[in-house]
Design a protein around this ligand. Sequence first.
Ligand code: ASP
Length: 364
Amino acid sequence: MTSGYARLGRSIVLLAGLGWGLNGCGEQVPREVVDTTLPNVAAAEIPTTLAGGPHATGCLVVTHGGVGSPPEWSADCQKAAESALVAAERHRSALRGALVGTAFMENYPQFNAGTGANIRLDGKTIQMDASVMTSDGNFAAVAVIERVRNPVLVAQAVLDTPHRLLAGEGATLFAHRIGFVDIVPTCPEAEAKFQRRLANLVAGRAGEGFENFDWRKCWNYPGPIPSTAEIDAAAGLPETGDTVGTVTRAADGTYAATLSTGGTSITLNGRVGDVPIYGCGCYAGPAGAVACTGFGEEIIRRTLARKVYTYLEQGLSARAAVTRGCLDFGEEHSLGLIAVGRDGWGVAANRPMAYGMAAPATAD
Ligand code: ASP
C-alpha cells in the first residue's frame, strides 16, 4: 500500500482531460459512466481503480488481490475468479465459489494471505484473519489464527459450530483438531517482504497508523526487538499486496463473500483487523455481496462492508455502490472494494488494485 502509486494514479486521472481518464490499472475510464450512476460526483473524482458493469443473470464472481497490489497481479486474480466460477456453477453454491476464489489466492506467495501472509515484526509470528458470509445472514470468522495453510476454509468450518468467531490459539487448535494440517504457511516471498517492512519501519516509513506510534515502547512479541544490524541489512523497498477477497452470485441469485489476510504491514502482536469483524470486512445479503481491503482500523470505524451493502439495498448498481463507498472514504487511508449485486459487478479502490472477474459466456 504505497501512496506513491495513489499519487501517480490520481495525477494521471487529472491530466487526462474531460472525456476519459486512465485508472490505476491503465484502463480507459469513461467519465460519463460515473456521472450517470452518481450524478453528484464531479468528473475528476474517479477512484484510482474503477471497473464494473451489468450482468443481471447467472453466476458472477469478482476477486481482489488487496489494495496496493500491482495491476499485473490481476492475471492470478483472474485465474482465481475463473476457478471460483467453475466451483459456483458445479456446486450451485455462491459460498463454494467464494471459498475456492479466496483459497486459490491464499496458495499464491505474492498475496498477503495463507502462504504469503505477512511475517510480523519479530520475524517469526504469522497471524491471519479470515471470514465468510452468505446472503442468508450466516457469518463466521477466525482471527489471529496460526499454523494453517488456508484460514478461509477454517472460517467456513466455524459456520458449522455454535460460534461465529474463533480467535488465537483456540482457532488454531480447532483447525488442527478437525483435520487441517499443522504447518507454518510461509515462503521466501513472505520473508523478503518482512525484511523490506522492517527496513521501512526503521527508516521512518512506518505503515498506515504507525506513523507517530512508539512501537518499541509497546513491543509485545515474546522475543526481543530485532537488532539494528539485522534491520540495516534489509533493503528498504516499497511493499505491495494485501488481503485477498472474493464475492460471488450463484445462478439462483444467492450471494457469498470471503476474505483472508495476514494483516496490515506493521502491527503489534495480536492485532485484529476488519476482516473477521461482522459487518466490517465483508457482508452479504439478498441484495448482493461486498468485500473490502485496506486500512482495517478505519474500515472497522465505518462498518464499511455493511454500509456499502446498504447502497445495493437502496438500488444502486454494484459499480455505483463501490464507487460511492470509495469516494465517501476519501484518500487518506487505503481502501479497495468489490461487489456483486442484482444488476452486475463493481470494483473501486483509491490505490491501484489487482482484481479478476468471471461470468459465464451466456450471462447478459
Ligand atoms: N484490511 C486488512 C486488515 O486491516 C488489510 C488489507 O486489506 O490491506 O487486516
